[in-house]
Design a protein around this ligand. Structure first.
Ligand code: FE2
Length: 384
């Protein structure tokens, strides 16, 4: 027996999707956000105005930082408990949406122990108090359709993923103009994060007919429209395409998992502070070369290359990275060889332990992981 869950109640997409907020029924809405661009552009006000038009009184928690901490989650949850919302509305990149999901857990269950937030295994059911709306302003994490949230424990210097199917937002609102606030580098990085989600899901050992259709469709769409959105950032048609396809990529990976691109990228992020999508984009073509030794993955890569109209998938991804002005090797990231080698044993160990390694199509041992990191540092073709 197998099962798949693609998203919550409904996804609204296309221009003016925020109008969907007017049809919500409830008394109090708690808005969670971070950053300043959506405020400057008036988009936060637009969301609040729609909620007020629906009769909600609104309280806003607007200080979620990138890589949200346990403390932020705690502060937000305390305010939620005081305000007692029946809707939680998260607007922003992955960080505010993830933080709001975690706040939601502690709002619903104030008896849970914050000290053990990151070790929660059996999260009790949600929606006893509130429903959840997610409105992304970046195009990559797909947190609006996934069960995952990443919260940072500053004391333990650890980023931890929490997963529960109940945390899939009830409503996802994909408003293209909100993502047009992204600068070019973020468009490239988040878009390639989504491309990596789809490609790792496609060759995951848990892949199935459902996830394959979603993943290949998302790969085709992102491959075509991400470079266009990158060069024409104000074109809302291109923004809408990338936004929709990244969500579809999210549906695939949320169900079948990822692979060692993410295992390795998590370490470049954790130890060297490399942006998540950028790390994924850089690592992806090398892992494709590594995975071709898996017959199942190789067949899928060939099928995908045909669909994308390219002869060599790894080279095509390198070409895409070049178009998006993404560096080709770790050494181009301002990480010295000494610095890199000093941390190498640690990042190899942690990458092997990362949960995403379990669903990679080709097994990997310590020696191979170390070689892979070294080759990617130098930008050398993977030949083992
Ligand atoms: Fe990712």
């Amino acid at each position: 027996m197998n099962s798949i869950k693609l998203h919550g109640d409904k996804i609204f997409f296309g221009n003016d999707s925020t109008k969907a907020l007017r049809n919500l029924e409830g008394k109090r809405a708690f808005v969670v956000t971070g950053g300043t661009t959506i405020k400057k552009k008036g988009y936060l006000d637009e969301v609040i105005a729609q909620l007020k038009a629906a009769g909600f009184s609104v309280k806003c928690f607007d200080s979620v930082e990138p890589d949200p901490s346990v403390e932020t989650v705690q502060a937000g949850a305390e305010q939620m408990i005081e305000f007692s919302p029946d809707y939680i509305v998260a607007i922003g990149g992955g960080s505010p949406i993830d933080a709001a999901k975690a706040m939601w857990i502690f709002y619903e269950h104030p008896d849970l122990d914050f000290a053990n937030t990151l070790d929660l295994v059996d999260i009790p059911s949600l929606r006893n108090k509130a429903k959840f709306v997610a409105i992304p302003t970046t195009s990559g994490t797909a947190s609006e359709v996934t069960k995952a949230m990443v919260i940072k424990d500053k004391k333990k210097k650890l980023k931890k993923g929490i997963r529960t199917e109940d945390a899939i937002p009830d409503l996802a609102i994909l408003e293209p103009k909100f993502t047009a606030t992204m600068p070019a580098w973020l468009t490239a990085a988040t878009g390639m994060d989504a491309f990596t989600h789809a490609l790792e899901a496609y060759v995951s050992v848990k892949a199935n007919d459902f996830s394959d259709v979603l993943a290949t469709g998302a790969l085709e769409g992102i491959f075509k429209f991400l470079p266009l959105a990158f060069v024409k950032p104000d074109n809302l048609e291109y923004r809408e395409k990338v936004l929709n396809y990244q969500s579809i990529a999210g549906m695939a990976f949320s169900n079948v998992g990822l692979g060692i691109v993410h295992s390795m990228a998590h370490q470049l992020g954790g130890v060297f502070g490399v942006a998540h999508g950028l790390a994924n984009a850089l690592i992806l073509p090398y892992v494709v070369q590594y995975n071709t030794k898996s017959e199942a993955a190789q067949q899928k890569y060939e099928h995908l290359a045909k669909r994308l109209g390219v002869s060599d998938l790894a080279l095509a991804i390198k070409g895409l990275n070049k178009e998006l002005e993404i560096p080709m090797a770790i050494k181009e990231l301002d990480i010295s060889k000494e610095e890199f080698e000093l941390e190498l044993d640690l990042i190899v160990k942690r990458a092997l332990e990362d949960g995403c390694t379990l669903t990679n199509p080709r097994r990997i041992n310590e020696k191979e992981m170390k070689a892979l990191f070294k080759y990617i540092y130098e930008g050398k073709k993977i030949d083992f």
